[in-house]
Design a protein around this ligand. Structure first.
Ligand code: AMP
Length: 287
């Protein structure tokens, strides 16, 4: 596996991989890789001739009081994991390479209205603009045939799909943005680079999140009212030691518009909740 840390090297390396018309799958990450990320890499290997993975902790998607400085960084371990999964190229730019002159000298921002404002966007203003902008840059830098994202970040996937369609970053009829189902720990907790922040006690309590979500889904599928079911889900989390629930929402799986009742359209239960200093998100399909 080759590692590129400058755009020049990236472009030359990508051109070589593509020389015989071979296809490239992109897996964007912020590093601190786990089995969830590696599942994306395996899926990309199945679908494409070569996999390019990026590791970049993108400052523009972190709010002023968020965990940018504390975010785990372990490029050597990440590179070893990617290499053992058969990744062809690691794109690991510095902040200066990505935003020359710093984020203050960067004047373009992509904002995907409609899907960005609610849910995580409500408590993390500007977060999805930062995500959309950096993913657009990654698409332009690597020009992949396909790109792979986790359903773990369901709203992020919706933002990227919408941006890619609106800006003609992908062919509208092609399967180019692939959503990969969430990979979970044995007790159901969705894998996340942030799980390592959890104390032992909080790690145990965190498994209440997927369990309580499954219970809520069973009730909604059973025809019980949505609002009291979501209220009971919040109570279960607070009772288990979560310090707050940013949202627990039943939403249309496409538009992410909140639903008061389970309609015939595909629905998704999405939750963000805080335990200790860590904010966990999860989502599951309903019906
Ligand atoms: P991150 O490094 O957290 O920005 O994640 C990089 C990519 O991995 C995103 O597309 C995530 O949705 C995806 N991802 C993170 N955790 C998981 C997981 N547990 N299962 C599947 N995909 C995941």
């Amino acid at each position: 596996m080759q590692t590129a840390s400058t755009l020049d090297v990236l472009r030359t390396s990508v051109a070589k991989l593509r020389a015989d018309g071979e296809t490239i799958g992109l897996v964007p990450t912020m590093g601190a890789l786990h089995e969830g990320h590696l599942t994306l890499v395996r899926r990309a290997r199945e679908e494409c001739d070569h996999v390019v993975a990026s590791v970049f902790v993108n400052p523009t998607q972190f709010g002023p009081n968020e965990d940018l400085d504390a975010y785990p960084r372990q490029l050597e371990e990440d590179a070893a994991m990617l290499e053992s999964e058969g990744c062809a190229l690691l794109w690991a730019p510095s902040g200066e390479e990505m935003y020359p002159g710093g984020a203050e000298s960067f004047f373009t921002s992509i904002s995907v209205s409609g899907v960005s404002e609610g849910l995580c966007g409500a408590s993390r203003p500007g977060h999805f603009d930062g995500v959309a902008t950096v993913v657009c840059k990654l698409f332009n830098q690597v020009q992949p045939d396909m790109a792979f994202f986790g359903e773990k970040d369901f709203q992020q996937l919706a933002v990227i799909r919408t941006m890619a369609r609106d800006l003609d970053l992908v062919h509208p009829n092609a399967r180019q943005i692939i959503g990969v189902p969430t990979v979970r720990e044995a007790d159901g907790l969705a894998m996340s680079s942030r799980n390592r922040y959890l104390s032992e006690e909080h790690r145990l309590a965190a498994a209440t999140l997927p369990r309580a979500m499954q219970e809520a889904i069973a009730r909604i599928e059973d025809g019980q009212e949505v609002a009291p079911t979501l209220a009971a889900l919040e109570d279960a989390l607070l009772g288990a030691g979560f310090s707050g629930v940013d949202y627990a929402t039943l939403a249309d799986a496409r538009s992410l518009a909140p639903l008061d009742v389970k309609s015939t359209a595909a629905a998704r239960l999405l939750v963000a909740a805080r335990i200790g200093n860590t904010r966990l998100i999860d989502n599951m399909s309903v019906g």
